[in-house]
Design a binder for this molecule. Structure first.
Ligand code: SF4
Ligand code: SF4
Length: 128
């Protein structure tokens, strides 16, 4: 399960991810991270069975945690199955089925945003 974790660093540099791993024993896979001197946003992947434990521990440390269920969305009315998004996605979220219609494997998405401007029909958007 993918979790989007955001936290402030203004009050100090609490190592939210490291402390969560240490205190829960759950191995957390960091998919993407942007951290500067004032805030951090980290996309992590955790086993589904451990997600409640990880979420509550991170919230205990002051982080905001969102569970990502549907990270990238396609407007089926706008999509023309051109395939432009397939090659641009670094995580192979998009592919064609046997009838050359676009299919998505949303759980692979790391919210990098590359596909959104690449779609000529503005059919793609990311979870806000
Ligand atoms: S680039 Fe846009 S229109 Fe083309 S297949 Fe992907 S979502 Fe559909
Ligand atoms: S946001 Fe990035 S990882 Fe997610 S579907 Fe688009 S290109 Fe792929």
């Amino acid at each position: 399960m993918k979790l989007l974790v955001t936290f402030s660093r203004k009050g100090g540099r609490e190592p939210v991810i490291a402390r969560t791993v240490k205190e829960t024993g759950v191995l957390i896979n960091v998919e993407r991270a942007h951290i500067d001197s004032v805030a951090g946003e980290v996309l992590v992947d955790v086993p589904d069975s451990d997600s409640d434990l990880v979420c509550s521990k991170m919230r205990e440390f002051g982080a905001t945690v969102r569970i990502l269920v549907d990270s990238v969305r396609r407007d089926e009315d706008e999509c023309v199955d051109c395939g432009a998004c397939i090659s641009i996605c670094p995580k192979d979220v998009f592919s064609f089925d046997d009838e050359w219609r676009l299919t998505l494997t949303e759980e692979r998405c790391v919210l990098c945003g590359k596909c959104v401007p690449a779609c000529p029909h503005h059919a793609l958007s990311l979870m806000q």
